[in-house]
Design a protein around this ligand. Structure first.
Ligand SMILES: C[S@@+](CC[C@H](N)C(=O)[O-])C[C@H]1O[C@@H](n2cnc3c(N)ncnc32)[C@H](O)[C@@H]1O
Length: 266
């Protein structure tokens, strides 16, 4: 079969499952199977393809496996991060947390990212502010392994610790603490792509999704230096509840107008 014919058929099949970017996804899947980029795919419509290899990728996507897990990467803040099913796929909304963190004055800071997952936050901060001393923790060893891999591939020098929140950081203090913790309540409805494929430990928290914020609030005094800043990503309905945990904090919105981060200065 020629590539163009496969692309047309794959686009129809992905549209039938309800994916709005079916055409682009088909091109990316073909490029992934053939180890070429999208530009090559677009310029070689007559190329003969191995239907069998393409079919298995297409079926995975039809079954709602996220495209990022099939391709093995996701772009975040202009860089490519490797991902697999051990880590949350970096979200565009999280870039607002990065922008807020980069507003912090540009001096040498000690920075902590709690629940680093793919490492997208810690690695981005280190690459955008090379003078910062960046630390990152995660409770999941496989996630931490992926974060280390991304740090190495992108050339970011970060101190990683396998830790439940602050446990392995003893009495360390930080000038800036950031986190996109699990914040979804255990009974909240979710799309299949998220619920069936992304790691539960990255998604859910007890107490309507507030448990990790509560745990951070109870320990923050020991780890945030006086005058230091805490920036937390939140679910869009959690602004008031998280603000209550950090008196005089500010809630900021994402580009869609939803509450997205809480900023607190000690
Ligand atoms: C929502 S994901 C965020 C991942 C990444 N920072 C991002 O923004 O894409 C939350 C991460 O927190 C980690 N995590 C969950 N509970 C934790 C805990 N008690 N201590 C440290 N990390 C935790 C999970 O393993 C997961 O990698």
């Amino acid at each position: 079969m020629e590539l163009q014919a496969w692309l047309t058929q794959a686009t129809h099949r992905l549209e039938a499952v309800g994916f709005p970017s079916a055409k682009m996804e088909s091109q990316l899947l073909a490029g992934h199977a053939m180890l070429v980029d999208r530009a090559w795919i677009l310029t070689h419509p007559d190329h003969e393809v191995n239907e069998l290899a393409l079919e298995s990728l297409l079926q995975r996507r039809e079954q709602h496996e996220p495209l990022a897990y099939i391709l093995g990467y996701r772009e975040f803040f202009g860089r490519r991060f490797r991902v697999d099913t051990n880590v949350l796929i970096p979200r565009h909304e999280t870039e607002i947390l990065i922008e807020e963190a980069l507003r912090t004055e540009d001096r040498i800071l000690r920075v902590l990212d709690i629940g680093t997952g793919s490492g997208c936050i810690a690695v981005t901060l280190k690459l955008e502010r090379p003078s910062w001393d960046v630390w990152a923790t995660d409770i999941s060893s496989p996630a931490l392994q992926m974060a280390r891999e991304n740090a190495e591939l992108l050339g970011a020098d970060i101190h990683f610790r396998h830790s439940n929140l602050f446990e392995q950081l003893s009495d360390m203090q930080f000038d800036l603490i950031v986190s996109n913790p699990p914040y979804i309540g255990r009974d909240e409805p979710l799309p299949i792509e998220v619920k069936e494929f992304e790691p539960n430990s990255a998604l859910f928290a007890d107490h309507q999704g507030l448990a990790i914020y509560e745990a951070i609030a109870s320990e923050i005094g020991n780890h945030l230096a006086p005058g230091g800043q805490l920036i937390l990503e939140i679910g869009q309905t959690q602004g008031q509840a998280v603000q209550n945990l950090f008196p005089a904090s500010q809630v900021k919105k994402d580009l869609d107008g939803n509450d997205r981060i809480v900023v607190w200065t000690r």
